[in-house]
Ligand binder design. Sequence first.
Ligand SMILES: [Zn+2]
Ligand SMILES: [Zn+2]
Length: 440
Amino acid sequence: MATAAQLIREFAISGGPKMLRLKVLGGGRRVGKSALLVEGSKTRFLMDYGVDISGSEPEFPLHVRPRDLDFVVITHAHLDHSGAAPLLYVSAKPKLYCTGLTLELSDVLIADFLKISKYYIPYEYGQVEEMRSGAAVVGFGDEVEERGATLRFWNAGHIPGSVMVEVEVDGKTILYTGDFNTVDTRLLKGADLEPFERADIVVMEGTYALFDHPPREEVERAFVNDALEVLDSGGNVLVPAFAVGRAQEILCVLAKHGFKYPIYVDGMARRVNNLLLENPSALRDPDFVRKALTSAIHVNDRRDRERALEQPSLIVSPAAMLKGGASIHYVKELIEDPRNAIFFVSYVMRETPARKLLETGILELETLKKRAAARIEWYDFSSHCGRRELLSVLERLDPKTKLVIVHSEEEGGKRLAEEAARTYGLEVHFPSEGEALELG
Ligand SMILES: [Zn+2]
Ligand SMILES: [Zn+2]
């Protein structure tokens, strides 16, 4: 097996690869900064170009010369898939393929990332505008031809607007899942399974390779009952949630269970709610979602924030990790009263105030450190496949399919790779960042 350096040299000498090649520019043996370079005989393109914001400083994927790219596909708006893409528009203008919602939601998330980052970001909002101006908007089921490659876009069931990408290039069919979830949620239908059955190569995320999510209804019931307990005894519940997807899922869960207490929505989630209502085609049941989102009270100013806390209420607010945003304001107000509760509903990243609070019961923000008296809980409303779902997808693959695992931490990815090879007889790769796979 050639090293990455040898492959780069070979590429430079020959002027292009002779066979189909995938190169992992980011998201190899880790979650964060997903980036996959595909090189065929006539085309070279990127699928996702994300930034990792879980640590103290943002991390970007490996470099690629933007003018060498024919086009770029972004699977969904999360920053770990979209946040480095504007870098590609500093010196060139590769065509961008994504859904309309991904275009709008990534704009919201990237603009916020630029605004709140304390570190130097090597692009400006002007590049986001460049990226948007030449974008080709696609929808579920669409098929496009570009430089000898045929692209098809499938519902990924992960967040609103998220797609899996099926690519036919040089006689091979590659399915890149991006982040995906095969389970129906209140907000979205589960991912399309059909393209798995005909793919020669499946590049699959394995975020929860080691972990089974509990049944959805159980999680919903526990969340709603616990919230009612807090509110019935006169407290407030803060739900720090990702603004895109999770905040809306929580509103739908509450609506489904006929929640009677006032529900407030603060911060970026308000804007995202409006974008979803303008783009209902990505949703499982647009009418129900509209009812759920419009029955929540949008917080517009300081007076609204005070009002939200004057009575028992549930407040859904970013940032999910308590790293900024309106949730900081609420957590400070609520943390010292045992009648209140902070209910986390998102994946809790390492090195964040949310993780610290969950693990130690101590709230540690930049200017404050307090032991929590409020009740602290976490609920598994995941938008990724768990282990059981990943395995049931693998069961559908033709035994000749090559499986490439990305977007997975070391241990989980290794275990999933072993199981896929042993149980399903698949050829499995679990590449590191910078590794290239010849798949001709
Ligand atoms: Zn995601
Ligand atoms: Zn991701």
